[in-house]
Write a protein that binds this ligand. Structure first.
Ligand code: ZN
Length: 362
């Protein structure tokens, strides 16, 4: 066992590497936790702040934290992220953007991360991987990694569109991701229940959910044919009336579609929608198939995708909730690199520290 304390920002993090991994700890299988009704989300912006001002402040705070981290890496030597491969994974597009994928795989090889989420859009990590999934799968597996999930393409995000042609186009775009997803070795395909809009007028709310349900009824059997599980993601806040922000609505959307249809829970989306994040996980229960772990500032509609700990989410409560529902699938972090592409590697160091700390805390 190797252990050292490093100072990151305003707190000291003890990084420990174990030679063995621990099994899943199950506290209370699939039972809601008593006494957790009150959330710990701090979502009130400072007095006098403006949305634009908050956004700018948040960006520079984040950028400054990256610069401080790089300074630490240069001065103290990079945190050795070599660790026993555990339960964590990374969504590669938001983190690494347009960095050379082979360089990224090399960096991931010695990280604690074992699983990847790919995005079924061209021009992303491994450009056009959907056209050569088996070849890309071999490269990924040669690096000691595997693809756990594939995020459906952006062109497929309008599954709840009230324009019938647009909805069908979204269904067709999503279904094209299934074959390469199966061939690249994924277990789960993630879809959005609707496309982001600034407003959802009350009169369009229920029809949107009904349209999404029709789309999912089409997609669910196709996913099963490819041996895939389908996970519908909870949506970020855009206005307080956006459909699909609450896990209870997503559960309604997938009800009766089969054991292979469940939920992708995005912690940041939930926080930006002013939900009690850990309790939403408890509500999902055994239908929780996969995760997008990220933090946000807690402000309404701010889908920040920060490193866990940089926002307002109560992560100890989130980790407890996952144990309570016996969540044993890979835990995917979906954090955006908002600086330049090269910062993706420094971001990997930060995310590695989070994964090691969380693994050690179990
Ligand atoms: Zn997400």
């Amino acid at each position: 066992m190797y252990s050292r304390n490093i100072r990151l920002w305003s707190r000291t993090v003890k990084i420990t590497r174990m030679k063995t991994t621990r099994g899943t700890r199950c506290i209370r299988p699939n039972t809601p936790s008593a006494g957790t009704a009150a959330g710990s989300i701090r979502a009130v912006p400072p007095a006098g702040s403006t949305e634009r001002g908050e956004r700018a402040l948040s960006y520079y705070t984040y950028r400054f934290s990256m610069i401080r981290f790089r300074h630490y890496v240069l001065k103290e030597g990079a945190v050795n992220t070599t660790a026993e491969k555990g339960m964590y994974g990374l969504s590669v597009r938001p983190c690494f953007g347009y960095l050379d994928p082979l360089r990224v795989l090399e960096a991931l090889r010695t990280s604690p991360f074992r699983y990847l989420e790919m995005t079924a859009d061209e021009g992303e990590f491994f450009d056009r991987w959907t056209r050569q999934p088996t070849g890309i799968r071999k490269r990924i597996e040669d690096a000691g990694l595997s693809v756990w999930s594939v995020h459906g393409p952006r062109t497929g995000w309008s599954l709840g569109d009230l324009d019938e042609d647009a909805r069908r186009d979204a269904v067709d775009a999503t279904r094209t991701a299934f074959k390469p997803a199966a061939e690249v070795g994924a277990d789960v395909v993630v879809v959005h229940s609707n496309k982001s809009r600034d407003e959802y007028p009350p009169g369009e709310y229920e029809p949107c959910l009904e349209a999404t349900r029709v789309s999912l009824e089409t997609l669910a059997p196709i996913a099963a044919d490819f041996g895939l599980r389908l996970a519908v993601e909870n949506m970020a806040g855009r206005s307080m009336t956006r459909p699909g922000m609450d896990v209870s609505e997503v559960l309604d959307l997938i009800s009766g579609l089969g054991e292979h249809v469940g939920i992708c829970f995005d912690t940041g989306h939930s926080n930006s929608a002013q939900k009690q994040v850990a309790n939403q996980i408890r509500s999902a229960g055994h239908k929780l198939f996969t995760l997008h772990l990220n933090d946000t500032s807690g402000l309404i509609a701010r889908d920040d995708h920060y490193v866990p700990g940089d926002g307002t989410i109560d992560w100890s409560d989130v980790l407890s909730a996952l144990d309570e529902i016996c969540f044993s699938s890979p835990r995917i972090l979906e954090v955006k690199n908002r600086v330049e592409p090269e910062a993706g590697i420094a971001l990997l160091e930060r995310l590695s520290a989070v994964a090691i700390r969380w693994t050690k805390s179990r």
